[in-house]
Design a protein around this ligand. Sequence first.
Ligand code: ATP
Ligand code: MG
Length: 281
Amino acid sequence: VINDLSDLQKLSVLGHGNSGTVYKVRHRRTSSIFALKVLRFDHNTTTVRQQAVREAEILKRVDSPYIVRCHAVFDSDDDICFAMEHMERGSLQDVLLLHKVLSEEVISGVARRVLQGLQYLHRMKIVHRDIKPSNLLINAKGHVKIADFGVSRVVVGKHDSCDRFMGTCAYMSPERFDPEKWGGDHNADEFAGDVWSLGVVVLECLKGHYPLIGVGEKPDWAALVCAICFGEKLEMPENSSPEFRSFVRRCLEKDWRNRGTINELLDHPFVSRREILIDFG
Ligand code: ATP
Ligand code: MG
C-alpha cells in the first residue's frame, strides 16, 4: 500500500500528455515500480481539476485485468497524482513508432483485449471516450490494457456539450461531430463511440498510419471531420484478410445504430477464431 507521496521516489519520465507528465517511480519500502501520473494546476484550472477528480472517481471503481490499475490517488492544491500499474512496454503508439505496422495476429489479440476492457467498462456504465493508441498500454507480458480516463465519465443524465468534444477528434465517431444527423443525442451512441475508435486504431495498426485521411495530407479540422462523417470508401490494406475487413467495417459503420456491439464483435471471427497471441517482438 502506498500511504504517502513521499513513499515514492522518481526514477525517470515515461511520457508527457496534454495535461501532465507520467513518471516511473519506486516505492521506497518495497522497491515496487509504479507509474505516477501528475496533473498540475496553474491558473484557470477548473476544467483540468474537474477532469482529474472525475478520473480519480472512476479509477477507484475499476478493477479488471484489461484496465490499467490505479493503486492510489493523491490530491493537493497544486496537483493531483495517480499511482498506476507500470506498463513496461509503453503505449501502442510507442510500439507503432517502433514497428510501423503490426501483423493481423497481433492486432487480433489487441482488439480482443480492448473489447474485453470495453465490455467491463460498459457494464459499469463507463464510456471511455478517448480510445487511441497512446491510451492503450502494454506490460512486460505483452498484455494490452486500457488507460486514461481523463475524458471518460459515468453516463448519467444529459450531456454537456463542451464535455462531448474533449476526446481526441481523430478517433471520434461521426455522431459526436453531428449528433443531429446521426441521432447521437441518445445515450447509446456513447458506447458505440468507443467501438468506432477501436475500429480506427485497428485499421491504423495494419496500415501503419492514421487511416481515415491520405498519408502526407496535412489534416486540418475540416478535412478530418469530413473524412470521419462523410468519407465513403474505406481503404483497406491490400493483403488484409476478409475477417479483418469485415471486423473493421462493423466498427466503422457511420450510423451508430447499425454499428457492431461489443458482444457481437467479441464473437467476430477476426477475434474469436484465433489464439490470443500477442508478441510485440
Ligand atoms: P493525453 O493527454 O491526450 O491522454 P497521452 O495519452 O499521450 O495524451 P498521458 O496519458 O499523460 O498522455 O501519457 C503520456 C505517456 O506516458 C503515454 O503515451 C505512455 O507512453 C506513458 N504512460 C502513461 N501511463 C503509463 C503507465 N501506466 N505505464 C507506463 N507508461 C505510461
Ligand atoms: Mg493518455
